[in-house]
Design a protein around this ligand. Structure first.
Ligand code: FAD
Ligand code: NAD
Length: 466
């Protein structure tokens, strides 16, 4: 039987990053993945394929709607080759998952293909083409998450689908009804809207992306409505039925009226649930919470001292970069180091266009916490760079402490803000004040100038270009 210092179950961004860091720290490391490709949800059916489709559909929309304004005329009709778009996405996924295979080889991590199940706290039985058992001093559970649904919905994977199927459809829907106006619903809803589908988003809360700053919800709603997406907020879905190729969604609105939506596809995007099926955690005595999460302490250690858990299967944001930080954290903890993660500074991004990005506290959270704060906001439309590219929607909003001026939260909507948010994360990691950011030179013309201007506005209402 092979024996390891660390065995990791699951090869998503949590698991594979943990494996690399364990190997870098000199530990003999194994990783177990039940699918034939590495990379987990993120690389196979999550971050990467969704961004490939967002990018392709963005190019298509630019070509059909915006090229002309730039003086680019394409003779003849611009046609969508959806099959090719999906094939390109598959190719992008392939390149990325092969990249993880390369990294496992490079770092001398042993890869086992099969379902990993605990037989006790130090042994894992792997059932794949053959069944084998390995022993490990430390085990990291990184089994991720799966789409969740509502109790009355039967996902048939054909017409009533999750994000996984939405990434590999054979046709562009005529009318896609999206249940849930969160990240997945908006990203994939926008993809299909751009490709010509009618898209109706039915959201339970009174606004889309309800956990982000409400100014971001308002701006994104406005822009996506202009793009033709229909929003039905404060709607409680009560039934989803399919008859042949038709799906009917029934919901109740704020006035308690019943509303029905009929389309050819229904995307259910109401969140994800931690995944531990087949893990047999009970054989090792590992505690799972009522909500199906692996219970961990501040060291990401389970109730069994040599077993840790990271990523979507534990509490916190279900984000790839959060899982990665936790992978490094646990590897370094096992190696005897004292790592640290500031969960308040894990940024959140929605990759629609315009993009939406946030870090730190929202204005609603600061109000709830009774914190006195100042606000500085700067619109993208006032930037030379935005006018040059034609990306004038959005803003940067900085919230800083009313007394100390320390930056407490940064919220953005606009072109490339997924990249701009890193400046805010760095600033907050170093506990910068809004004035610190305001006094730093930002290259001209860039979208990043909006960060400086918002910081100037927060410092003493002294933005320069508005
Ligand atoms: P996962 O990536 O879910 O990996 C877990 C792995 O464990 C899987 O490969 C699974 O097969 C394997 N596994 C489970 N049980 C066993 C077992 N018993 N034995 C062997 N293997 C097992 N996040 C972002 O930060 N940015 C994005 O842009 C983004 N876009 C997304 C888009 C979509 C459509 C979706 C669905 C998610 C997106 N996410 C995004 C979320 C991101 O994918 C997850 O947060 C991330 O993948 C979590 O990583 P993980 O390592 O915890 O688990
Ligand atoms: P989500 O939590 O982002 O959004 C779910 C939405 O569904 C919420 O707005 C919620 O209010 C709504 N909802 C819940 N129950 C409902 C009901 N009964 N009727 C109508 N609406 C209802 O979840 P998601 O969009 O499914 O994404 C799942 C996870 O994947 C998220 O945690 C997210 O972090 C991750 N993800 C991240 C990215 C990214 O980082 N860009 C992209 C995709 C997914």
């Amino acid at each position: 039987m092979s024996t390891y210092d660390v065995a990791i179950i699951g090869s998503g961004p949590g698991g594979y990053v943990a494996a690399i860091r364990c190997a870098q720290l000199g530990m003999k490391t194994a990783i177990i993945e039940k699918y034939n490709t590495l990379g987990g949800t993120c690389l196979n059916v999550g971050c990467i394929p969704s961004k490939a489709l967002l990018d392709s559909s963005h190019h298509y929309e630019e070509a059909i709607k915006h090229f002309e304004a730039h003086g680019i005329e394409i003779p003849g009709e611009i046609k969508l080759n959806f099959k090719k778009m999906i094939e390109r996405k598959a190719d992008v996924v392939d390149q990325n998952t092969k990249g993880i295979e390369f990294l496992m080889n490079k770092n001398k991590v042993d890869v086992f293909t099969g379902v990993g199940a605990f037989t006790d706290a130090t042994h894992i039985e792997i059932t794949g083409e053959k069944t084998q058992t390995i022993e490990a001093k430390n085990i990291i559970i990184a089994t991720g998450s799966k789409p969740s649904t509502l109790p009355f919905i039967k996902i048939d994977k054909e017409r009533i689908i999750t994000s996984t199927e939405a990434l590999t459809l054979a046709e562009v829907p005529k009318h896609m009804i999206v249940i849930g106006g969160g990240v997945i619903g908006l990203e994939l809803g926008q993809v299909y809207r751009r490709l010509g589908a009618e898209v109706s988003v039915v959201e339970y809360m009174d606004r889309i992306i309800p956990t982000m700053d409400s100014a971001q919800s308002r701006e994104l709603t406005k822009v996506m409505k202009k793009q033709g997406v229909k929003f039905y907020v404060s709607h409680k879905v009560s039934a989803v039925e399919r008859k042949k190729n038709e799906v009917t969604v029934t919901a109740t609105n704020k006035k308690d009226e019943e509303v029905t939506f009929t389309g050819d596809y229904c995307l259910v995007s109401v969140g994800r649930r931690p995944f531990t099926d087949g893990l047999k955690a009970e054989n090792a005595g590992v505690k799972i919470t009522e909500r199906g999460m692996i219970d961990v302490n501040e060291h990401l250690q389970t109730n069994v001292p040599n077993i840790y858990a990271i990523g979507d299967v534990v509490r916190g944001a279900m984000l790839a970069h959060k899982a990665e930080e936790e992978g490094v954290f646990v590897a370094e903890t096992i190696a005897g180091q004292k790592p640290h993660i500031d969960y308040n500074l894990i940024p959140g991004v929605v990759y629609t266009w315009p993009e939406v990005a946030s870090v730190g506290k929202t204005e609603e959270q600061l109000k709830d916490d009774g914190v006195a704060y100042k606000t500085g906001q700067f619109p993208m439309r006032a930037l030379g760079r935005s006018r040059a590219s034609g990306d004038t929607d959005g803003f940067v909003k900085i919230l800083s402490d009313a007394t100390t001026d320390e930056v407490l939260g940064v919220h953005m909507v606009g072109a490339r803000v997924a990249d701009l948010i890193s400046e805010a994360v760095v600033a907050m990691e170093f506990r910068a004040s809004a004035e610190d950011i305001a006094r730093i030179s930002h290259a001209h013309p860039t979208y990043a100038e909006a960060v400086k201007e918002a910081a100037l506005a927060a410092t003493a209402d002294r933005a320069l270009h508005i």
